[in-house]
Design a binder for this molecule. Structure first.
Ligand SMILES: [Ca+2]
Ligand SMILES: [Ca+2]
Ligand SMILES: [Ca+2]
Length: 228
C-alpha cells in the first residue's frame, strides 16, 4: 500500500493511473498517517502478519535501488516476511497458531472447535478455528455466459502462498476434472485488504462442461509444509 503526504495529492494521478492495482492512501489535513507513522519521503515500511513494523524504515533516497546490494537487501527482507515461519513444520504458520490458540500445540488434523472442519481446512478457507459458528463457506452461482446459465462457485480463501487449491468439476460425482477446458478461474483473486489475509476467488464451468446434464464443483485445499 502506498501512503501519500497530504500536500502531494496532485501527484496521485501518476500512481493510480499507471499502477492501478496498488492500494493508495491519501493523507488529508485532518488525518496524517505520515505524521503518525513518522514517515520520511521515500520510506519503505515493512509489517509482519500482525501489522507490526519489523525493522527501521528502508529509505530509498538513502538506499538507492539502482545499487545492486540495496536492491538485494530489500528483496530478501520482503521475501523473508512473506514466507510464514512454521517452527513445528505442521503446515500451520506460527502466526496463525499463535493468533488463534496462543500456542503451537494445535495440529492440522485437530478440530479444536468441534465444527467438523479440521484446522488445516479452517486455515485454507480463512475461517476461525476456535469458533464453531465460523466455518468454510462456498457459494454456488448461476451467472449467464453467452445467454446460457452456467454453474459457478465463489469461496473465501487464505491468500498466503502456503495453500494451493485444486478446483474440480464432475458431471456425476465420480469422475473429477480440473482441466481448464472444463473449469476455469474467473477474474482476479480479490484480496480483502482488511488485515485478515483473506481473499475471494470465483471458478465457473466452461460452456463445454455446462453442456453436461448435471454439474458439480468441489474445492480441495492443499496445504504445503515449508521446508519439507
Ligand atoms: Ca506450525
Ligand atoms: Ca474446526
Ligand atoms: Ca470454526
Amino acid at each position: 500500500m502506498g501512503v501519500n503526504r497530504f500536500d502531494a495529492a496532485p501527484d496521485n494521478f501518476n500512481i493510480t493511473l499507471l499502477n492501478s492495482i496498488l492500494p493508495w492512501l491519501q493523507d488529508t489535513t485532518q488525518q496524517k498517517v505520515w505524521d503518525r507513522w513518522g514517515i520520511t519521503y521515500r520510506d519503505v515500511m515493512i509489517l509482519d502478519a500482525f501489522n507490526r513494523p519489523i525493522a527501521p524504515n528502508y529509505n530509498l533516497t538513502v538506499h538507492d535501488l539502482g545499487v545492486a546490494t540495496n536492491y538485494a537487501t530489500l528483496r530478501k527482507t520482503l521475501l523473508s516476511i512473506a514466507t510464514p515461519a512454521d517452527s513445528d513444520k505442521d503446515g500451520l504458520p506460527d502466526d496463525w497458531e499463535m493468533y488463534w490458540f496462543g500456542s503451537l500445540a494445535p495440529t492440522p488434523d485437530g478440530d479444536d472447535d468441534h465444527d467438523g472442519f479440521d484446522n488445516r481446512t479452517e486455515l485454507a478457507f480463512g475461517s476461525n478455528p476456535s469458533d464453531p459458528a465460523s466455518r468454510p463457506v462456498a457459494y454456488a452461482l448461476r451467472p449467464r455466459v453467452a445467454g446460457q446459465p452456467i454453474l459457478a462457485a465463489t469461496f473465501h480463501r487464505f491468500s498466503g502462498g502456503t495453500v494451493n487449491f485444486v478446483v474440480e468439476t464432475s458431471p456425476d460425482l465420480v469422475a473429477w476434472s480440473a482441466d481448464p477446458t472444463q473449469i476455469l478461474r474467473v477474474g482476479n483473486v480479490r484480496n480483502s485488504f482488511d488485515g485478515t489475509g483473506g481473499a475471494d476467488v470465483r471458478f465457473q464451468l466452461t460452456p463445454k462442461a455446462a453442456a453436461n446434464p448435471a454439474g458439480f464443483i468441489r474445492i480441495r485445499p492443499v496445504v504445503k509444509v515449508l521446508g519439507k
